[in-house]
Design a protein around this ligand. Structure first.
Ligand SMILES: *Cc1c(COP(=O)(O)O)cnc(C)c1O
Length: 416
């Protein structure tokens, strides 16, 4: 972990509008944060609001063309209760390990609605994937041969798709995962040769998985990438041994984390998808078109809650020291892929508003200057016992953090 640069502008405190405030206390899952904290029994904890996830999926379905199948990429939040909830409201799950696959299968969804992507799948991963009958997104020619060997040994015909490393990028993306040299997928120009080789193997070809990036808030960039994704799929389909029955166009929809960011506008994206689906009907027939989303479906439904343990004034600056931090929420500390550290939206959950705000920094208990939850933020005065809430924490929080670092207790998780 290298220390990110600090952003220069002073971020304002922000309360996200998906959560109501009653009597100056944040409400989550229809209850006051204090009640939820009492139910959990200790701080820190993550709380996820299932109704917000349901609303998000419903709004997205209403906005997008009906022909789009929505998958939940469960690495965003693999808590079994969350995955169970998402399995019930989406059309499928995307997994990235045998561990995630086990959680996905435990929901009872049809294995044919699960796809498995990830570079460097182990033999155990591939065996579990073949045995369960999920779609395996093959990331290399070598992986294809390993799957074919398992198929021959087991007398099965695994369902496979090729994960394509596209010949374009998702522009202005928080995380680029395609275009240029990548460890993910097979370079588009190598796919025709791989398809020819596949035709000789005991594999059931389903289609392509083309994922170009994630955390994008610009509709024009998403539109351009989706158009290029379909064009690429149409071109590659001409070399396929069988008609495509499945095309996973990736996701990429971002959520606002930082001051000045706005929720993505879906209208133009949906209109473009409508015409792309019409073209796909003509070029690919009845192939199922899948969009896979992680954070967009769950991040805004989650908060991370920790408690102020001490308040310190050091040479004129106020520090609130909490029992939570980087070890529970690496992303909010700014150490999960950020170049310039910016504050996640934060509030004092049990005193959300105050006539006068104080400039404070909120830090965790770890002996490292990287352990920051809020850097010089304007917040209502808080003291030991008050609850610090970090919003936009339903994805890449609990499971994406080094929870054993320094040996403090792990946070709890609750789905409301
Ligand atoms: C991580 C990942 C996703 C989910 O990304 P989000 O930004 O959470 O939407 C989707 N597909 C693949 C292949 C991924 O690796």
């Amino acid at each position: 972990m290298s220390k990110p640069e600090r952003a220069r502008t002073r971020p304002q405190h922000a309360t996200m509008d998906q959560f109501a405030v009653v009597d100056n206390c944040l409400q989550v899952g229809g209850r006051s944060l204090l009640e939820v904290a009492a139910q959990v029994g200790s701080t820190p904890f993550y709380a996820y609001d299932s109704a917000l996830m349901t609303t998000r999926v419903a709004e997205l379905r209403a906005a997008l063309p009906a022909g789009i199948h929505l998958h939940y990429a469960m690495k965003a939040n693999p808590m079994p209760a969350v995955v169970q909830h998402m399995a019930g409201i989406t059309d499928g799950l995307d997994v990235a390990s045998a561990g995630e696959l086990a959680t996905a299968l435990a929901t009872g969804i049809d294995p044919r609605d699960i796809s498995f992507a990830g570079p460097g799948k182990s033999s155990a991963d591939l065996q579990a994937a073949v045995a369960s009958g999920v779609i395996i997104n093959m990331e290399s020619e070598g992986e294809m041969l390993r799957i074919a060997a398992l198929a021959t040994a087991g007398g099965t015909r695994p369902r496979v798709a090729i994960r394509v490393n596209p010949d374009f990028e998702l522009k202005t993306s928080g995380m680029k995962m395609g275009g240029g040299p990548r460890p993910f997928g097979v370079d588009a120009e190598r796919v025709p040769a791989m398809l020819a080789q596949m035709a000789t193997l005991p594999l059931d070809f389903m289609g392509f998985h083309i994922f170009s990036g994630s955390q994008n808030l610009r509709a024009e960039a998403i539109i351009e990438a989706q158009s290029k994704t379909f064009e690429l799929a149409f071109r590659l389909a001409e070399s396929a041994p069988a008609p495509l029955s499945w095309l996973n166009i990736g996701g990429g929809l971002g959520i606002p984390y930082f001051p000045g960011e706005q929720r993505i506008e879906l209208t133009a994206i949906a209109a473009n998808l409508e015409s792309l689906l019409a073209a796909a009907k003509a070029r690919l027939g009845d192939a199922e078109i899948v969009m896979e989303l992680g954070r967009y479906l769950v991040a805004e439904a989650g908060i991370y809650v920790c408690e102020v343990v001490d308040k310190k004034i050091s040479r004129g600056e106020t520090f609130l020291i909490t029992n939570g931090g980087l070890h529970h929420h690496l992303a909010a500390s700014g150490n999960f892929g950020q170049v310039i550290r910016k504050n996640y939206p934060v509030c004092i959950g049990n005193r959300v508003a105050a006539p006068e705000l104080k400039t404070v920094s909120i830090v965790g208990p770890l002996c490292t200057p990287l352990d920051i939850l809020a850097d010089k933020m304007d917040l209502p005065a808080a003291d030991a016992g008050d609850l610090v809430v970090v919003f936009q924490s339903g994805a890449y929080g609990f499971s994406a953090s080094p929870r054993d670092f320094l040996g403090h207790p792990h946070p709890r998780e609750i789905l409301l």
